[in-house]
Write a protein that binds this ligand. Sequence first.
Ligand code: SF4
Length: 372
Amino acid sequence: MSQYNLPDLNSLVEDQIFHTINLNIWGIAVKESQTRVLTNGIINYPEINLLLPTCVYNGKYAVARKIPTVPSNDTPYKFENGIITYHGKRVFDENHIPVIPLQNGNPRNFKGYSLSFEGTESPFVELRINPKNTGNCPGRCLFCHRIYSYREKPKFTQSYYTPTEIINSIIKDYGENTIRKISHVSIITELYGNENKFIEFISQIKKELEKFRNDYFESFGACSQDVRTLKGMQKLYEIINPKKYSFTLETFTRREEIMGRYKGISMLEVKRILKNARKIGFKEIKINYVCGIDSYYDFEKNLTDLKELDLIDSIGISIFTAFFSDQLNLRHSEAYNIDYYLKIVKLIKKLGIKFYKPNCYEMGIPLKFLEY
Ligand code: SF4
């Protein structure tokens, strides 16, 4: 029988926001369970991408919510015929919640890139580049939601794409004109484990993409965990626009245990890297954080520390979501309660740290939640 023990709907946040967050915490049962068992016995809960009403931004941009599909005994949420129910009661007012399909069952970025807004009114707003799917990421994040990170080797497909291959693939699938329609480019990739190789890739793909345009992209950014030295940061500074250093910090505690030696460096080392970013003159230092693993106490203590040291300007938060059975234990007991997320949002505001408010964030805090 099910082990879930959800609090009743509370009045702290409106129902739609409550359910948006809870869908990431509990997952959704679809008609036919798609769970599969990996060779090591771990159960994988494949993603379903649903265009929830709370995903719509400015009435225009929307990107589907990435939600795990779990056996019906493990969640109070069901999805049938476009309708989501919670304990059998319908949630969300829309008559039909659309599903944005994967490509042949594979993640959409499996060809080295994805158009995050594909299937919506504005399919070419953002080009997301993800050149590596080797199954051997030097980050060993226990919370990783990618099937192919360090858990499994991808089969039958290429595991690395060069800039030319990515561009040729975009042209082949969508036409050359598409490159001129893109406003934002984001490089969010499996780690390179090598600063120079990462910088070489982003520099080259930018040059090649720009050959197809007479103007610049509105933004060209990268999650730059691999870039850690002053020299590397100087090069990064010259490539990206706006001048924002984006660092995937993810958690404050148990860092090496959760992310391995390369990515899970100590907070002391993290601070040294962020100080380098300040020295180079980045206008903004952005931290990416996975909400739901640290206790609120640890979050408060460490975030306040970073702020006092002037090492953080903005933060992007995602909600920890378990796509594999062994990840379920990572969630802190406090993070089953909506109040945990609310306190995090309020603290960020109180410290005067800017929220990163992307149009698209498949597991992010719903933008409306930031108004509380
Ligand atoms: S660095 Fe990213 S891709 Fe690599 S294991 Fe961690 S979360 Fe996954």
